[in-house]
Design a protein around this ligand. Structure first.
Ligand SMILES: Cc1cc2nc3c(=O)[nH]c(=O)nc-3n(C[C@H](O)[C@H](O)[C@H](O)COP(=O)(O)OP(=O)(O)OC[C@H]3O[C@@H](n4cnc5c(N)ncnc54)[C@H](O)[C@@H]3O)c2cc1C
Length: 526
């Protein structure tokens, strides 16, 4: 039986990066993958294909030109699914090469087959011919997740797809219903709508993307409704999906019926743990097979680690990679990257793109955190004008007392790249002055950080002025009362007037336009 320092099960983002991290520090590593090609959902069915399709949709639809050169945004006539998928195939193949090169460079042994635990230190690889048993001191489970396929949905993968099988779509339909308005559902809805397909987006929840700042979601909603003409069916459960000969009928809980050519079901994912024989190693799981881990990504069996989608939220390629690395640093006591970064960025590749890091306005209100906002708009930015993006915005959430950033929210072109400027400032404890005193390339979208910072500073200054007004108004009322009392020599206050001693200055002296002092944050930019 071959023995290794580390066995990694799964070659997606968490597995690849975890394996390379350990191998980089001289550990002997085996990686087991059940699919022919490496990369997991990250490369084969999730991140990379969907982002490449988005780029293709932007290109094919002429959206990138946005009418700047009089280009029609309608779908190029006779576009085929093959045209649409062409670039995706090229990019995915390139990614395979990169992963294989990385594994080779780190001298990692590769095994093709389905892995299962035989004991806490032994893993059997079922190579669909014969079994190979491997032994290791440490094991990393990085088996990822797969689309949730409930029995109530009649998947045929010809007309009713999940987010994996939609990549095999045979032709561009005229209409598509997307069930599930989470990140994946919203992304695919806008990608297909950009191709000129009539899209209906259905979700039982009443709000779109509940964890995103509402003001940003409002901008997205305007684009979804007005630009893409996506029909939103929020707050409506799907009761039945009835496939017919030429179309599919979807019955909703509000009694409405949607008739569509194809359906994409994108509501939820489940951890890939069913085949792992976790019971042979004594590993505990939770809902939908999620493996529970501590902050070092150790399972309840200390030498067995788990990272990536298999441990649940946030289930992103970006965090999965880092979890894999952090887990291996702990496993082999490499003592340099002990925790996942305290701030995690989120990129949502709808059209337009959204990205965020830190707190939203709603988080601040819920937690009772004092905050101010600063905004800058793509339409007021030279690069935004050149690119033709006039709907985007950068929004900062700031602590008024320290001027430190609490959150950044961006909607518009390159949002998920642009977010990193603000995120680095937050990680380095930067304040609004960090942006005010920096020189930005011109013309760039990054320059909007400076203008958002100026806007936030102005708002903070206005707040201060209003506070001062309140205080001085209260002082003068108090003074007037004192004078009156002195004159009356102890006489009672006139009817209807109470003594200022019983009321706080703010209660007795509201100042005109005092919404900010009262805790309300007007959303519009003056
Ligand atoms: C449509 C879509 C879009 C997405 N977009 C983004 C995005 O824009 N940004 C982002 O950060 N994330 C995105 N994600 C999420 C991202 O793809 C996942 O978070 C990421 O791939 C998880 O990595 P992982 O290594 O944990 O698992 P996976 O990538 O799922 O890899 C797991 C691997 O383990 C293998 N495996 C499973 N069981 C076994 C077994 N028993 N034996 C051997 N091998 C096994 C699988 O074959 C697979 O190759 C998206 C996901 C989807 C579905």
């Amino acid at each position: 039986m071959r023995s290794y320092d580390l066995i990694v099960i799964g070659s997606g983002p968490a597995g690849e990066k975890g394996a390379c991290q350990a191998a980089y520090f001289g550990k002997s590593v085996a990686i087991i993958e059940r699919e022919v090609m490496p990369g997991g959902a990250g490369v084969n069915t999730g991140t990379v294909p969907s982002k490449t399709l988005r780029e293709s949709a932007l290109h094919i639809s002429g959206f990138q030109q946005r009418g700047l050169y009089g280009v029609d945004m309608a779908l190029r006539p006779n576009i085929t699914a093959g045209d649409f998928m062409h670039r995706k195939r090229e990019v995915v193949e390139k990614e395979w090469d990169l992963i294989e090169e990385n594994l080779r460079w780190h001298s990692i042994d590769r095994y093709r087959g389905t892995a299962r635990f035989a004991s806490p230190h032994e893993v059997v690889v079922d190579t669909s011919g014969y079994d190979i048993t491997l032994h290791a001191e440490k094991i990393l489970i990085a088996t990822g997740s797969s689309p949730h396929r409930p029995d109530t949905v009649p998947f045929d993968d010809l007309c009713i797809y999940d987010s994996d099988t939609v990549l095999n779509i045979d032709r561009i339909p005229k209409s598509l219903a997307v069930i599930g308005a989470g990140v994946i559902g919203c992304e695919y809805a806008s990608i297909f709508a950009a191709l000129g397909i009539e899209v209906t987006l259905i979700d039982g929840r009443t709000e779109l993307l509940g964890f995103i700042d509402r003001e940003i979601v409002d901008v997205l909603l305007r684009q979804i409704r007005n630009r893409w003409r996506i029909q939103l069916q929020l707050g409506n459960e799907v009761e039945q999906i009835l496939p017919g000969t030429d179309s599919i009928k979807i019955k909703l809980s509000n009694g409405r019926e949607i008739v569509t050519e194809k359906v994409l079901y994108a509501a939820g994912r489940q951890s890939n743990t069913a085949e792992l024989g976790l019971e042979n190693a004594g590993i505990a799981t939770g809902k939908r097979g999620i493996i529970t881990v501590n902050e070092h990504y150790q399972t309840n069996i200390p030498h067995i680690y788990a990272a990536g989608d298999v441990i649940g939220f946030p289930a992103l390629a970006s965090t999965s990679m880092e979890q894999g690395r952090v887990a291996m640093v702990h496993a082999f006591d490499l003592a340099y990257k002990t925790r996942l970064a305290p701030l995690l960025p989120y990129g949502i590749y709808t059209i337009p793109e959204i990205s965020m890091v830190g707190l939203t306005e709603e988080d601040c209100l819920e937690k009772g955190i004092d905050y101010e906002v600063g905004r800058a708009y793509y339409r007021n930015n030279t690069r935004g004008q050149i690119m033709g993006d006039t709907s985007g915005m950068v929004k900062m959430i700031v602590c008024p007392a320290t001027k430190k950033l609490l959150g950044i929210h961006i909607i518009g072109d390159s949002a998920s790249d642009l977010i990193h400027v603000g995120m680095m400032a937050m990680l380095l404890d930067g304040t609004l002055d960090t942006f005010i005193h920096s020189v930005f390339n011109y013309p760039t979208l990054g320059d909007m950080y400076k203008y958002a910072a100026y806007d936030a500073l102005q708002r903070i200054a206005r707040r201060e002025r209003q506070k001062q007004q309140v205080l001085s108004a209260a002082d003068s009322i108090e003074q007037r009362w004192a004078e009156r009392l002195n004159h009356k020599d102890g006489a009672e206050a006139p009817p209807g007037e109470s003594s200022p001693a019983g009321a706080s200055p703010a209660e007795v002296a509201p100042v005109e336009g005092d919404a900010v002092a009262a805790g309300s944050h007007a959303p519009s930019n003056p």
